[in-house]
Design a protein around this ligand. Structure first.
Ligand SMILES: *[C@@H]1O[C@H](CO)[C@@H](O)[C@H](O)[C@H]1NC(C)=O
Ligand SMILES: *[C@@H]1O[C@H](CO)[C@@H](O)[C@H](O)[C@H]1NC(C)=O
Ligand SMILES: *[C@@H]1O[C@H](CO)[C@@H](O)[C@H](O)[C@H]1NC(C)=O
Length: 239
């Protein structure tokens, strides 16, 4: 009897796992990063003084169509904006970062009719980036790069008051006493309406670091900021 119950339970778990298709996503994560934090980890130099785009990621699926190659000439008209708002901080003259983003995330986003071309995918990300204006939102709350640290609560409140949804704020831990503000994710649904981001990834892999792996990072990368640790928002010349 006991083993029957166990196998019934196991069967249920297995069948519900199988129903879950890794390519089905219901949210898109617009990830912004603070160039100075990125460059302090990667030892690059940056003169960007605003939050730039890191990626536009479905919350499930990666590398959904390996035969759908990135073609920069399809987004030629977007290039000035791409270079300004979605720059490759490591290799400014290259298109390899966008190729990587397309291969890993864009091909999965493309399951949606609204995003099923490279032009639609990249231009939608830029459109949302402008609409959200995260950089302007932080500035309006007087959350600016500074020598004194911020509390996670204050950052969260600022963003939540404007967007009415919960963002995911990520830091680079630095010892036990401080953490550096690095990345802010804002989430939308398939209709591009703002929705809460999940604080902790329930996925089997760690999404937080995956794109940093592309940058051959030696450090562990970003984690969700710890609410009990002061957050430093670095200015360019303090790094
Ligand atoms: C950063 O510097 C590059 C060249 O050195 C320049 O093309 C670019 O416009 C600058 N970006 C900003 C945000 O000032
Ligand atoms: C993958 O991309 C190719 C090239 O664009 C396309 O012809 C094919 O239909 C795509 N496959 C799937 C499963 O979407
Ligand atoms: C890239 O797209 C352009 C414009 O549609 C096309 O002419 C070119 O053949 C494509 N290149 C590749 C390698 O598919």
């Amino acid at each position: 009897m006991k083993s029957l119950v166990i196998s019934l339970c196991l069967g249920f778990v297995l069948s519900s796992t199988l129903k879950f298709s890794p390519h089905e996503w219901n949210k898109l994560i617009l990830t912004h990063h603070w160039p100075h934090t990125f460059c302090s980890m990667e030892q690059c130099k940056t003169n960007f003084s605003y939050w730039t785009l890191h990626g536009f990621w479905p919350n499930s699926g990666m590398g959904c169509n390996s035969t759908w190659h990135f073609n920069a000439s399809l987004i030629k008209d977007l290039m000035p904006e791409m270079k300004t708002y979605w720059p490759d901080l490591l290799h400014p003259a290259s298109t390899a970062f966008w190729k990587h983003e397309w291969f890993k995330h864009g091909t999965c986003a493309a399951k949606s009719e609204d995003l099923n071309t490279q032009h639609k995918y990249f231009s939608k990300a830029l459109e949302l980036y402008h609409k959200l204006d995260l950089d302007g939102v932080l500035k309006k709350c007087q959350i600016l790069p500074a020598e004194n640290p911020y509390k996670l609560d204050d950052l969260e409140k600022c963003i939540t008051d404007v967007y009415k949804v919960t963002p995911k704020i990520q830091c680079v831990p630095k010892g036990q006493e401080e953490q550096i503000l690095g990345q802010i994710e804002v989430c939308v649904d398939k209709q591009f309406q703002l929705v809460d981001c999940e604080k902790a990834s329930k996925l089997l892999w760690s999404r937080d670091n995956e794109d940093l792996l592309f940058a051959h990072i030696r450090h562990s990368g970003f984690t969700v900021c710890d609410p009990s640790v002061p957050i430093y928002y670095p200015m360019a010349d303090t790094l």
